[in-house]
Design a protein. Structure first.
Ligand SMILES: [Cu+2]
Length: 166
């Protein structure tokens, strides 16, 4: 009887270890392998042409890294040389209320900007002589599901262009 029990205990241990390995196998792709990358193309907002920005183009990218950071970047063309622009991650799609307001974590984050350092700001940036500019933001938390678009604001604050992230 005792010998039988002794055989059962190691067996149970092996089963538990195998179960733990399976759990790790499922968890690892979501972390290490699983940086989530979303991208989008910039298009001028309806007001853009009236403000002189009919041909703003560019690309945006947002990476939610496996270690819980968010890296948002933008490359823009068609800007006014020497002018300075704002750019933020917004909380509605471009076609939904002109992308709504700024995405906010609701609390301070490392690298955050805006009210309470709770937002993701890719600017301000200034266009070069060719009308090109780059912007980037890195924050220490993974952006939530409502971080869905990136807006470019003109020097007067107007929303001139937008990209949906998908
Ligand atoms: Cu904005």
């Amino acid at each position: 009887m005792r010998r039988g029990m002794k055989r059962l205990v190691p067996h149970a241990t092996v089963v538990a270890a195998a179960a733990a390995l399976v759990a790790v196998a499922f968890a690892v792709p979501a972390l290490a392998g699983g940086a989530q990358v979303t991208r989008g193309d910039l298009a001028a907002f309806a007001d853009g042409p009236g403000l002189g920005y009919s041909d703003v183009t560019g690309r945006v990218q947002m990476v939610r890294t496996g270690d819980g950071k968010t890296i948002a970047s933008v490359q823009v063309a068609g800007l006014t040389p020497g002018a300075t622009y704002g750019s933020h991650v917004h909380n509605q799609s471009c076609a939904d209320g002109n992308a709504g307001g700024h995405y906010s974590f609701g609390h301070r984050v490392v690298g955050g900007a805006g009210p309470g350092n709770s937002e993701i700001w890719l600017g301000p940036f200034t266009a070069n002589a060719a009308g090109h500019a780059n912007g980037k933001a890195t924050v220490g938390e993974s952006a939530g599901v409502t971080a869905v678009s990136v807006v470019i604001h003109g020097p007067g604050g107007q929303k001139i262009a937008c990209a949906d992230l998908s």
